[in-house]
Write a protein that binds this ligand. Structure first.
Ligand code: CIR
Length: 258
């Protein structure tokens, strides 16, 4: 069974970090409702959910994905690239402690979990404004005993590697080819986002379902065609307010096997 950790929307989310988006007013009450609907989708897909309380002094704390990377054998607590986000790690480390041995990224390493895409034992890590080579070296030393291979991928012009590529199913990658070269991932089937929807490459695959933003209808129909009779169904969610904070669907949970 999958376990999911989420954290409620912070009342201060309007003060979030923004890198590639202009600041817009965020309706916090609506963000909270959208986040609850996202959590309901996680439960529908069979996740056992642990919901952490909101952190009023941590605007980006709903985006728990960036604070830890959970493998079957170990969880890595990150050192987020944005200084404002570093206080988020303590609560997530406490929540993960019962589930996995913990390792921690240390200075000068920085990494956001949004930059880490795992495909089997291959771990692709975005070298971005948030994630550096020192963190990749530390991750390699934590993970090589378990047979994982790490590879850095340059991320420029968008926030995280998983803004540009995420799995839809085992062996199928949703990708924005203008942002990242599909050939970097070797022999894998790809579904390209609609060129008019550059932010559409972030999908959250869990078992028999994919949680996907309702704001990308053209890419959605490409995904539906590609998944065809695979038995994997799309669960649309409206995450407009989280998107204004430069968030997407993978970033609002930490999902791992119990
Ligand atoms: C940030 O800039 O850190 C947040 N406003 C958004 C983080 C989104 N995280 C993700 O997609 N993994």
């Amino acid at each position: 069974m999958a376990f999911a950790i989420t954290r409620a929307v912070s009342p201060s989310m309007a003060d979030c970090e923004l890198t590639h988006l202009a600041r817009q007013p965020i309706d916090i009450a609506l963000a909270d409702l959208q986040h609850q609907a996202y959590e309901a989708a996680l439960i529908d897909l069979g996740c056992r959910l642990q919901r952490l309380p909101a952190e009023p002094g941590m605007p980006d704390s709903v985006f728990v994905e960036d604070v830890a990377i959970v493998f079957d054998e170990i969880a890595i607590i990150t050192r987020p690239g944005a200084v404002s986000r570093r206080p988020e790690t303590a609560g997530i480390a406490r929540a993960l402690q019962p589930h996995r041995p913990l390792a921690e990224i240390e200075a000068p390493g920085t990494v956001d979990g949004g930059d880490v895409l795992c495909i089997g034992k291959d771990v692709y890590v975005g070298l971005s404004s948030r994630t550096n080579a020192q963190a990749i070296e530390q991750m390699q030393s934590f993970l090589s005993p378990y047979g994982y291979r790490l590879q850095g991928i340059r991320v420029e012009g968008f926030l995280h590697l998983k803004s540009a590529a995420t799995l839809l199913a085992q062996g199928t990658l949703l990708i924005n080819p203008d942002w990242v070269d599909p050939a970097l991932f070797g022999r894998i089937e790809t579904v390209e986002v609609d060129p008019g929807e550059p932010y559409a490459a972030n999908a959250l695959w869990i078992g028999s379902g994919v949680i996907y933003p309702s704001s990308f209808p053209r890419t959605r129909s490409r995904i539906e065609t590609a998944l065809g009779k695979s038995g994997i169904n799309l669960h649309g969610v409206d995450v407009s307010e989280l998107q204004k904070a430069e968030g997407a669907v993978t970033c609002c949970s930490l999902i791992f096997r119990e």
